[in-house]
Design a protein around this ligand. Structure first.
Ligand code: IPM
Ligand code: MG
Length: 356
């Protein structure tokens, strides 16, 4: 089993180091190879997704990804900015299904900005389509407006589009995931305004015929945003498009107290995947040793479960994380009075200890 390790920028390298430490402590013989990506790729090879990095990601059985981005690259042309690395990996590896679980560990109920009774016991799964929608739709750009009230003016434009097979395959992933959980699926759209999402709704409804044991409902994205902060526990699995999923998954992450706790998996049709924490590169705290490595460690657990067929090892890691939380260890993002504040490395070491 070969794992491509792509640490990236900002806090990426420090959190990845902890996850690699945990993986190495499992007693399995994984081959791990590291390559630069994002700003680090640009510095090393003049491109955020260097050829060698993409090649490694393609030939590996799974990819463990840290985070990319730094303000200092904001003035580069778009094609050279760090974010292009993750978008390029998703597209090139066909990682169309993004799984973002939001689980609230009971010990962290007080760390959420929402009332404990609203979030305690939260366990939802957001499934975000990841290679289509307005993120990748062509044409896009800046042009002279060809028509409309602002004809002749400069305008920026993007294209929202979804093909039928694109919607079908993500709907299948979502129904199957719901089947393994609470058997409830909410499809989030904007069918009241957008053609693309009326079509989305119609196709999801059609796929539902094959999954009559799963209860399906549809919700507009604005209402879904409201329900996520009003009564998040009413959800089981949510499926939505690329852009709505980007926004809703950040909101869902905050329900759990800290985005520093949330792993994610991005899978292709054969469950090959890229695993990354849901949070970004946080350049403001990079190198200070205070970043929370748990989202990355939990992403490694998802990798073992979904791509490497090592469910027991995934359980071991997840249980070890629960154990360190019960022990009261907290990085600053989840710290509360009465707990013990630790840094990135200490947290990683504690998880390794708890594996034994
Ligand atoms: C995410 C991020 C990315 C996205 C950015 C970094 C391109 O926000 O993974 O949610 O928008 O998909
Ligand atoms: Mg995002």
């Amino acid at each position: 089993m070969k794992i491509a390790i792509l640490p990236g920028d900002g806090i990426g390298p420090e959190i990845i180091e902890q996850a690699v430490k945990v993986l190495s402590a499992l007693g399995e013989s994984f081959e791990m190879e590291t390559a630069p990506v994002g700003g680090a790729g640009y510095e090393a090879h003049g491109h955020p997704l260097p050829e060698g990095t993409l090649k490694l990601a393609k030939e590996a059985d799974a990819v463990l990804f840290g985070a990319v981005g730094d303000w200092k690259y904001d003035t580069l042309e778009r094609a050279l900015r760090p974010e292009q690395a993750i978008l390029g990996l998703r597209k090139n590896l066909n990682l169309f299904a993004n799984l973002r679980p939001a689980i609230l560990y009971p010990e962290l109920a007080g760390a959420s900005t929402l009332k404990p009774e609203v979030v305690s016991g939260l366990d939802i799964l957001i499934i975000r389509e990841l290679t289509g929608d307005i993120y990748f739709g062509q044409p896009r750009g800046v042009r002279t407006a060809p028509d409309g009230a602002f004809k002749g003016e400069r305008e920026g434009f993007d294209t929202m589009r979804y093909a039928e097979s694109e919607i079908r395959r993500i709907a299948h992933v979502a129904f199957q995931a719901a089947r393994k959980r609470g058997k409830r699926l909410t499809s989030v759209d904007k069918a009241n305004v957008l053609e693309t999402f009326q079509f989305w709704k119609d196709i999801v409804t059609d796929v539902h015929k094959e999954y009559q044991d799963v209860a399906l409902d549809h919700m507009y994205v604005d209402n879904a945003a409201m329900q996520l902060v009003r009564a998040p526990k009413k959800f089981d699995v949510i499926v939505t498009g690329n852009m709505f999923g980007d926004i809703l998954s950040d909101a869902a992450a905050m329900l759990t107290g800290s985005i520093g706790m949330l792993p994610s998996a991005s899978l292709d049709a054969k469950n090959k995947g890229l695993y990354e924490p849901s949070h970004g590169s946080a350049p403001d705290i990079a190198g200070k040793g205070v970043a929370n490595p748990l989202a990355t460690i939990l992403s490694a657990a998802m990798m073992l479960r979904y791509s490497l067929n090592r469910a027991e090892q995934a359980d071991r890691i997840e249980n070890a994380v629960k154990k360190v939380l019960v022990q009261g260890l907290r990085t600053p993002d989840i710290y509360e009075e009465g707990t013990r504040k630790v840094g990135t490395v200490e947290m990683g070491d504690a998880v390794v200890q708890a594996l034994q």
